[in-house]
Each structure stands twice: as C-alpha cells, then as structure tokens.
Design a protein around this ligand. Structure first.
Ligand SMILES: Nc1ncnc2c1ncn2[C@@H]1O[C@H](COP(=O)(O)OP(=O)(O)OP(=O)(O)O)[C@@H](O)[C@H]1O
Ligand SMILES: [Mg+2]
Length: 504
C-alpha cells in the first residue's frame, strides 16, 4: 500500500487539505513524477528532495516513484510541498513508519543540504492541522508562528530533515516551539501635535468611532497625511478572533517575523503607482493585496486621484462586500478585505484649488478635471468628505492642545461599545437594521428628506448619512438620532466640488 501524509494548498487566506500519496512500483524505466495540478515550484520539489536525500546519504529508490497530490483537480502552488513529499517517500521506503506520516500535516521547503526553510502561510497550515486533528511539522523558523494555532496542537519544528528522522527514531527529541512574542503597540504619533484643524480632528474621531470611510481634501501642507497617520492610535486593539483573521492574511503574505503577532490594527499606505495586483491581490504568485493586508484596519490612499482609475474602481467590490475575488488561471480565490478607507487629496493638480492666497489660476477647470478622476460610485462609498483648509500661522503658534489621542480614543472606545451591544459597527450595518437603530426624530427626518431632495442623494448616500449620524449620537452617548446629528453628518459630505462648488 502507498504511503501518505497531509499538506495544504493555499486558496486565498484559507488552507485546503491536500493528500500527499507516494507509491514506489517496480519495473520499467526509473521515474520520479509529481502529479495533481502542481505548479512549477511544486514540480521542482523533485530536484530538492533528490538533493536532500543525497545529502543525507540516502539513495532514492531506483524504481517508478509516483507522487500524487489529491484532489487532483485543485491547483497546488508553492515550495512547501517538499517536506510532505520527502516524509511520504521516507515512509514508503520503510525508513519511517507509515502511520507516523499519516498522523501529521507537513509544510516546509527543503534545501539541497536537507535543511528546512520557512515559507509563507504557516499559520493557516497549522490551523488546518489543528482542525483536522493531525500533528504539525514545519521548519524550525516557522515554529513560533505555528504555535499560535492552539495549545493542543502537537508541533514539531526541526531545522533539518535529519533532525526529524532522529526525532521519530527516538535519538534526538524535539520540543514543542513556543509562540512568538505579542508585539507591543509602537508609540503612535499623538493627535495633539496637530495644531488647529478642529473640524478634521472631529471627522477623524467620527471615522474611528463608526468605522467610516473618510476623504480629506485640502491644499499641500495642511496636515492631511499627518492626520491620517494618527487614526490607528484612535482605534481599539484587535479582538482575539480578529487577531487570528488578520494574522492568517499576513502569514500568507509572509509578513510575520519570528512568529510575532500584534493587536494593533493594520495601517497600509500603498504608493499611488500601485498596480491592480498589488492593491487587490492575485498575479502570477497569488498574494493578498494591500486591501486585504488592511483587513480590519485602515487602507490609506494618499493623493487619491493620482492612483490609476482602474485600481481605484477595483476597490468598489471590497468596500461593499468586505472581500475580494480574483480570477486565477485555474480557479477563483477570495481574500477577506474589510478595511476602512482613508484618503487624502489636493483640490486640484496645482494644489490649492480656487480658494486662498495660493489659489489656482486655472480654477475652476483644474478643480473639476482633477476631481473627475474619481468615479462617482467610489466617492459615493465615502461617508465623510471633509475640507482640510491651510493651517494659519496663528494656529501654528498656539500651544499644543490639551486633548490628544488618549482622550479621543476613550470616547471612540465608548461609542464602539454601544455599537457592539447593538450588533456591529455603524459603517457595516445593513440597511434594514439601520432603519431600526438609527431612525431619527421627526425634526431629523425632515432635515434628511429635504437634504436628500436638494442634493439628489443616492440611496447609498442616504444610508451613509444615517450611519454617520448614528455614530455622532453614539459619541454623545445618545439613544436617539436627532436633527443636530443629521446636520453634522450632512455637513461632513461637503469636501468635493461635485457636492458643493465652494472649493472650486
Ligand atoms: N495642523 C498642523 N499642525 C502642525 N503641523 C502641521 C500642521 N499641518 C501641517 N503641519 C506640518 O506640515 C508638514 C506637512 O504636513 P502633511 O504632510 O500632513 O501635509 P499634507 O496636507 O499631507 O500635504 P500634501 O497635500 O502636500 O500631501 C507636517 O509634517 C507638519 O510638520
Ligand atoms: Mg500628504
């Protein structure tokens, strides 16, 4: 009977079990074949396994050696199949007992000297092993990351194939690796370093409290990038389930160093030259894109209109559904991507738009052309669109404000607590639930209807105003959404020329 062990294939941020079967048959020409929709890296496993065996002084069987990766119709990518293939061959050759190979899920790349090298995706692999009630074998460098998958998972993290063989032969026992450190949150930049800009700070607090998307529009040097960098400091740390979700994606992208996880929410700020694959994932070597790396955190797009329009429009799907589906050669993969979009831009290409001492001489044409680079449906998904005017010298000369990140973060945490009790962040509430929890009082309702009529609000915008108003009420600890909350929410959508031509 053939020997077998288990490994995984990564599909998005999820690990699917793969049965690795090895059969050595007599007769015919010597063959070493890997079948089962394997990519080039998997096919190259043969050479690495052959070299590793020779480094150990083991001769490969001179017969027909067939490795089957089942199910055969699902694509398999990556070099991590080396270790399971080697393990199953060792079992088929009788060097290790077959039942040992069967009881483990193996994951790791072999060097020609039979050392084991780390590859991305260890955490989802270890979680899959735990769910399948198998033991887990991975390279020593991946041990601290794998150990996060759960206390009852049996983990072996050898540095080389020989260490693994010695462990199973009982001559050199391996100990279970310990989880990597929980990284302390780095010192964040404080909101009290931003002088003036009270309106923008308020919008930042509302965005943090309700998980709303935010667009800041203002002349160069007004502090937009400065404000955006201070948003993560206002957000609460990741909850336990969110931490696992986020870490799985970062593991697949190979971003977890020495198994150190962090509860700090991701803050991703890709450059505006980012390609579609860099933003949403996919490409020849499927990797999660920036939108997925920002899952449960912030995706900051500075100089928004400078991004490629197609790249921006590819964000419309995740902004609505919280995930991204990319087509691959043989399959579709879905990555989680529930991020909060924060964007900054100048009102026109020249910088200042039609207002102030540095106003643009080509306004309003320059403003209209520049802002037209953003598609209506994308802008429609941004709840808060606020102007960030140039900061005055008088403001800059002021002493640092008394209130900073710490005070605002307390209010944000309280508002989020109220939302958690109602069943989720305001920005993510479904319309029917929203009608129920954010129904404004009569005065608020009439203001909203009037504004919807005057500004031709889309159904989505209408709901977004309600969501923001709900958050503003939550920040005040109010049960009922009132006129004043609706008014502030409406006023928070007036940055773009299309909403109100004041900046043009
Ligand atoms: N409100 C402010 N309080 C204190 N310093 C400020 C403020 N606004 C701007 N600055 C100073 O100006 C620098 C530039 O600010 P920032 O990069 O945030 O501007 P910006 O609005 O993003 O400009 P651009 O449109 O050119 O990207 C900051 O590093 C800071 O030193
Ligand atoms: Mg900037």
């Amino acid at each position: 009977m053939a020997a077998r062990t288990t490994s995984i294939a990564l599909e998005g941020a999820e690990a699917r079990l793969v049965d690795v079967q090895v059969q050595i048959a007599g007769g015919g020409q010597p063959v070493f074949a890997v079948v089962g929709l394997a990519d080039k890296a998997v096919a190259e496993s043969r050479e690495r396994v052959r070299a590793a065996f020779s480094a150990l002084g083991l001769s490969m069987p001179g017969n027909r050696l067939i490795v089957n990766l089942a199910p055969a119709d699902r694509p398999k990518e990556g070099s991590h199949f080396d270790l399971p293939i080697a393990l199953a061959i060792l079992a088929e050759m009788g060097i290790l007992p077959k039942d040992i190979a069967r009881d483990y899920l193996a994951f790791g790349e072999l060097g020609v000297d039979a050392s084991l090298a780390s590859t991305p995706g260890v955490l989802p692999a270890a979680v899959a092993a735990s769910a399948a009630k198998l033991g887990f074998i991975c390279p020593a460098g991946c041990g601290p990351e794998a150990a996060w998958a759960g206390g009852d998972l049996a983990i072996l993290a050898p540095a080389s194939l020989i260490q693994l063989i010695n462990h199973f032969k009982g001559t050199q026992m391996l100990t279970r690796p310990v989880p990597g450190e929980m990284q302390a949150a780095p010192q964040t930049r404080d909101l009290n370093q931003v002088k003036g800009q009270e309106g923008a700070k308020r919008a930042l607090e509302i965005a943090a409290a309700g998980g709303h998307n935010l667009l800041m529009i203002g002349p160069p040097g007004s502090g937009k990038s400065m404000l955006a960098e201070r948003l993560p400091g206002l957000l609460p740390p990741l909850a336990a389930d969110e931490l696992l979700d986020v870490s799985m994606i970062h593991s697949v992208a190979g971003l977890i160093e020495r198994g150190a996880l962090t509860r700090r929410r991701p803050f991703r700020a890709p450059h505006h030259s980012a390609s579609m694959a860099a933003m949403v994932g996919g490409g020849p070597r499927a990797k999660p894109g920036e939108a997925s790396l920002a899952h449960r955190g912030v995706l900051f797009l500075d100089e928004l209109p400078e991004f490629h329009p197609q790249v921006l429009d590819s964000l419309r799907q995740p902004l609505e559904t919280g995930d991204i589906t990319v087509a691959r050669a043989n399959a579709h993969v879905t990555y989680p991507a529930r991020f909060q979009l924060v964007a900054a831009m100048n009102p026109c290409r020249c910088g200042s738009g039609g207002l102030g001492a540095n106003s643009c001489r080509r306004a309003p044409r320059c403003v209209i052309d520049y802002q037209a680079r953003l598609s209506g449906p994308l802008v429609d998904r941004i709840d808060l669109q606020i102007p960030v005017p140039a900061v005055t010298p008088a403001d800059l000369a002021l002493p640092a404000p008394l209130e900073g990140t710490q005070e605002a973060a307390v209010r944000v945490a309280e508002a989020r607590q109220a939302q958690a009790e109602r069943g989720g962040l305001n920005a993510e509430l479904k319309p029917d639930r929203l009608d129920h929890v954010a129904e404004p009082d009569a005065a608020g309702q009439s203001l909203l209807l009037k504004a919807a009529d005057t500004h031709h609000l889309t159904a989505r915008s209408y709901h977004r105003v309600l969501r923001v108003a709900r958050t503003i009420a939550d920040l005040e600890g109010q049960e009922i959404v009132k006129r004043i909350h609706i008014a502030e929410a409406l006023a928070s959508r007036r940055g773009l020329a299309s909403e109100k031509p004041a900046l043009a």
